[in-house]
Design a protein around this ligand. Sequence first.
Ligand SMILES: Cc1ncc(COP(=O)(O)O)c(C=O)c1O
Length: 412
Amino acid sequence: MNSGCLSNHDFNSDINRAGTASLKYDGRQTMFGTAEVIPLWVADMDFAAPQAVTRALAERAAHPVYGYTVYPDSLYESLIDWLRRRHDWEVQREWIVMCPGVVPSLHAAVMAFAESGDSVIVQPPVYFPFFSAVTSTGRQLAHNPLRLANNRYSIDFDHLEQCAAEARLLLLCSPHNPVGRVWSKQELECVLRIARKHDLVIFSDEIHADLVYAGNKHHTLSTLAGTLGESAPHIITAVAPSKTFNIPGLNLSTLVVPDPGCRRALVQAFEAMHVSAANPFSIAAFEAAYREGEAWLEALLVYLRQSRDYVAEYLTAHLPEIRLIEPEGTYLLWLDCRALKAELGINDAELRHFFVHEAGVGMSPGTLFGEAGSGFMRMNIGAPRHIIKTALEGIKKAERGARQRTTSARSL
Ligand SMILES: Cc1ncc(COP(=O)(O)O)c(C=O)c1O
């Protein structure tokens, strides 16, 4: 497989999303103060979902009654089959809790497993709802910052151990958004050892588990914990077809919770808010994606890898002041712009302004992901490659202009 245009999987064509109430497109004015940016920010892709999904939605829409909905057995089976086939994970039906999204589940987990005032560990720079799930529920953040060395992030295990001694819950992002790490078996085993020693519950957000580049392997934390037997820490794993098949607007995800006590606590947290996720369209799309979307996903992974490599080569050749932290998974690229920022003598707000108003590219500012994100930007490459190319050329042009201005100002 070497083409992005495999059979009916076309990732090169433009699809006009403006005017579809799309956050990524129709939210540009609010987010960036202008609609004139190439939107490479919020984490959905500009690609058509697998045809099987579109067909299943059309078939369901053709039935004109859209009433209250239950989760059919076939829905659970589609997920169980997927996890067995793709992740070597044997999941029991009763472990599965359906929920409206991973972010609501983060909140529910924080409420279920930490009391008000308790510490919850996060590993910044990290997907920002990890912070708000803790602070908005009255719990305390315990930061265990990732370490960056030789252009690669890793977990500071000594510091994690110190945090674990005080905390109740760890929010693990695996694979990690935004730094793109797919944690190795050894790293995850180390996390498990610390959690076991300190009786820490782990919420393992594995929403990006299917989006892993060739040469890397995602390990489901729960399968590794299985080898620890009775003494394994309690793990809540979040999985979803939303990122994998580009259907996040349909709001259906799942938690896999083997421990009955943890499951009860989570279900109670959802029930306390009367949150229900069942909806006739999301269940149709979920099942079709897991049952029939695999070939589409394989083609997508090839396309994304080519785009990732394209960006890496472009930056090396034309914009060496911006360095790609090479991702092992996800379609989110973490760009180290610290050299550019220093060269232009600008702060984070000005860096953001530079990308939006001079380059015409709307990315997520690194500081959204915590202080450690200062000088970084997150670029979403889930778009046709020619769009990525145009964005990079816009950045190059703006960089040349800004450098000239800086040089002239310094020589005055
Ligand atoms: C790590 C991570 N978790 C959760 C989400 C969002 O999940 P949901 O839309 O199901 O709330 C995202 C979206 O970018 C993400 O990157």
